[in-house]
Design a protein around this ligand. Structure first.
Ligand code: PMP
Length: 363
C-alpha cells in the first residue's frame, strides 16, 4: 500500500485527499506534461490554466448533473464569506430570509445575514444541543421569504439532512461544505449551493458556488464588485487571480471521483464506511453517538466515551496507533471521525478494531 508512511487522517478539514491525486500533483509539480512549467508558476490567463478550469467545471457538471441554467463559480474567502455574500446578493432591503439552524455554522450564517437584513429562524435544534436536524413538519416557513438557508451537513455536531426541505417556490440555499458530492445531489432543487472545498473537493483556498441564473439578477448595484455573484459569473471566475493550485488539485480530485464511478458509487462506499462505525458505536453502550439515529452524518461521526479521562486516553492512544485527528470539537466533546470521500475504508476498519480493543481494556 502506498500509504505506508501515512497515518489515517480523520481531520474535519482540511482533510484527506486521494493518494493518487497527491502522487500526480507531486509527479507533475516541477513541470506539467507538455508545458515545461509548474502549475505554481503559470499565468491564470494561460491556455493551460484556462483548460484546467474548463475541465474542472465540465467534471463538476457531469458529476452533479448541473443544469444549464446554473453558473459554476470558483470563489475565495471560504464558505464563511458565503455567509455574507448570500444575503448581500439575495436579500432585498425590505425582505426577510428564513434560516434553519442546526449547528455552529448555521449560527454563523445567521449572524452575518442579520448584518444585512431581516432574518427569521424557521427552526432550530439548539435546545437539544444540535443532536438532530428538524423534520420537515417542524419548519415554520415564510412563503414570502427571499430565500431559505440551511446547512446540509453539520461538521461539528455530526448531523446531516437526509431530505431536501420542501420550501415551495422560495429559493433554497444550502451550505454543503462538508457533504458536497458525497452522494448524488439534485441541483435543480436549489437556487444556490456553496461549499468550502477543503473537505471533499480540494485543498483549502477555493469555494465552490453553484448559482441559478435568476439569482444573479437580485444583486444591488452598490455592492462591492468582488462580492457580486454576477461579476464572477460574467468573468468565468477570472475577475481576479483565482487560486490556481487549489483548482488544479480539484481537477485531479474530480477526475478521481469520476474514476470511482461518480456520486452513486461514492455514496455506496460512504454509506458502508459510516454504517461500520455506527454499528460499533451501537454495539455495547460503551460508546455513545452524539447524533440521534435519523440525523446521523455519513461524513462526521461524533461519539462520546464514559468519561472525559477515557476520551483523552482514547485520543492519545489512537494518535499513537496512527489514527490521527479524532479529538472532537470542544462544543461537543468526545471524538469525531471525519470520513470524507477520500478517506479509505481500511482506515474505518482500523478504527473499529481500535475501538473494540480500547473497550476491552477500559470497559
Ligand atoms: N460551513 C461548514 C458546514 C463548515 O464545516 C465550515 C468549515 N469547517 C464552514 C462553513 C466554514 O468554512 P471556511 O473555513 O471555508 O470558511
Amino acid at each position: 500500500m502506498p500509504t505506508m508512511t501515512r497515518v489515517f487522517n480523520f481531520s474535519a478539514g482540511p482533510a484527506v485527499l486521494p493518494v493518487e491525486v497527491l502522487e500526480q500533483a507531486q509527479r507533475d509539480l516541477l513541470s506539467l506534461p507538455g508545458v515545461g512549467m509548474s502549475i505554481l508558476e503559470i499565468s491564470h490567463r494561460s491556455p493551460t490554466f484556462e483548460g484546467i478550469l474548463a475541465d474542472c467545471e465540465a467534471d463538476l457538471r457531469t458529476l452533479g448533473g448541473i443544469p444549464k441554467d446554473y453558473r459554476v463559480l470558483f470563489l475565495q474567502g471560504g464558505a464563511s464569506l458565503q455567509f455574507s455574500m448570500v444575503p448581500m446578493n439575495l436579500l432585498p432591503a425590505n425582505g426577510s430570509a428564513d434560516y434553519i439552524v442546526t449547528g455552529a455554522w448555521s449560527q454563523k450564517a445567521v449572524k452575518e445575514a442579520k448584518r444585512v437584513g431581516s432574518v427569521k429562524i424557521a427552526a432550530t435544534t439548539e435546545g437539544e444541543n444540535f443532536t438532530r436536524v428538524p423534520r420537515q413538519d417542524e419548519l415554520k416557513l415564510d412563503p414570502g421569504a427571499a430565500y431559505v438557508h440551511y446547512t446540509t451537513n453539520n461538521t461539528i455536531f455530526g448531523t446531516e439532512f437526509h431530505y431536501v426541505p420542501d420550501v415551495g417556490n422560495v429559493p433554497l440555499v444550502t451550505d454543503a461544505s462538508s457533504d458536497m458530492f458525497s452522494r448524488p445531489i439534485d441541483v435543480s432543487r436549489f437556487a444556490v449551493i456553496y461549499a468550502g472545498a477543503q473537505k471533499n473537493l480540494a485543498p483549502a483556498g477555493v469555494t465552490l458556488a453553484i448559482v441559478r441564473n435568476d439569482m444573479l439578477e437580485r444583486t444591488p448595484a452598490s455592492l462591492p464588485t468582488m462580492l457580486q455573484y454576477g461579476v464572477h459569473a460574467e468573468n468565468s471566475s477570472m475577475y481576479n487571480t483565482p487560486p490556481v493550485f487549489t483548482i488544479y488539485v480539484m481537477r485531479l480530485v474530480l477526475a478521481w471521483l469520476l474514476k470511482q464511478g461518480g456520486l452513486e458509487a461514492i455514496d455506496r462506499l460512504n454509506a458502508r464506511k459510516a454504517e461500520k462505525l455506527y454499528a460499533e458505536i451501537d454495539r455495547t453502550g460503551f460508546y455513545r453517538g452524539h447524533a440521534q439515529k435519523d440525523s446521523r452524518s455519513r461524513m462526521n461521526v461524533t461519539f462520546r466515551l464514559p468519561s472525559e479521562d477515557l476520551e483523552k486516553k482514547f485520543a492519545k492512544e489512537a494518535t499513537a496507533a496512527g489514527l490521527d485527528g479524532l479529538k472532537g470539537h470542544r462544543s461537543v466533546g468526545g471524538m469525531r471521525a471525519s470520513i470524507y470521500n477520500a478517506f479509505p475504508e481500511a482506515g474505518v476498519d482500523a478504527l473499529v478494531r481500535f475501538m473494540q480493543d480500547f473497550e476491552k481494556k477500559n470497559g
